[in-house]
Ligand binder design. Sequence first.
Ligand SMILES: C[S@@+](CC[C@H](N)C(=O)[O-])C[C@H]1O[C@@H](n2cnc3c(N)ncnc32)[C@H](O)[C@@H]1O
Length: 289
Amino acid sequence: MLLLNVEKVLKNTTLSFKRKGIASPGLDAETLLSCYLKTDRPGLYMNFERLITDEELKWFSRWVERRKGGEPVAYIVGRKEFWSLTFEVTSGVLVPRPETEFLVEEVLGLCSDTNDHNMNVLEIGTGSGAISVAIASELEKVRIVATDIVEDVITLARKNAENNGVTGRIDFLRGNLFEPVSGKFDIIIANPPYISEEEFAQLPPEVRDFEPREALLAGSEGTEFHHDLIAEGSRYLKHGGWLLMELGAGQKDAIESMLGKNTAYDSIGFRTDYAGIERIVRARRRLVG
Ligand SMILES: C[S@@+](CC[C@H](N)C(=O)[O-])C[C@H]1O[C@@H](n2cnc3c(N)ncnc32)[C@H](O)[C@@H]1O
């Protein structure tokens, strides 16, 4: 029987993804095959002639079929890069998105503005732990409390902290929003669920059918969590501390209005992502009042 080499398997897989209408067929094929062969993408190209055994092909074909069925690559390979770190992901957590790295940048920016690297940070809804672990990897002295409502998610986030060598800097707690938290923080961050019920039906099947609903859905307007984080967050922020949240396309006005009406905050600002969408909001807990 004729054995296929890496180059041929890559070509065939890319072609079958293209035919299926997958948005990034070449990249997905490379990521799957390199993870399957326990190498990286350059490693694939350096081993184009390596033969793939029948047994390997049989198992790899299952991954290809899962991808063709719409399952995100990250769930198939069980990991995702974020902030140049590797995070284990399961179908119980949101796959960390590149635009969420802006939240990490904002926190690093605030720490360098104030030249205070001993900040107390609270993250609500930590998922894979990507944001908190990335911050802890950059700031040695930071103390972080990270929460999530799902127990299994907390277990995975803890594991990701351990795998990335920042275990001692993050306390992971399970609970609803601020319920498991006490004390006051310099910074509160959240990438909360922000998809409205109407938008949920329009999501690409890859997201809608595979990512956890509790990580996505946020009531009829998609701003339910922002509302609660703004309303309750001021009690957990030190005066002069910052609330930072990710938001969805088209949610700026609603969130600006919520913050504007709440006298606990000032210095409200937005940051756009590479697509020009207002993606991050920041607001300061007033110095007095
Ligand atoms: C959009 S995901 C963000 C995950 C991760 N921080 C990230 O950026 O990749 C939102 C997270 O909030 C969690 N969550 C949902 N409702 C919550 C609640 N009431 N209290 C705390 N966490 C909640 C979900 O389980 C999910 O992990």
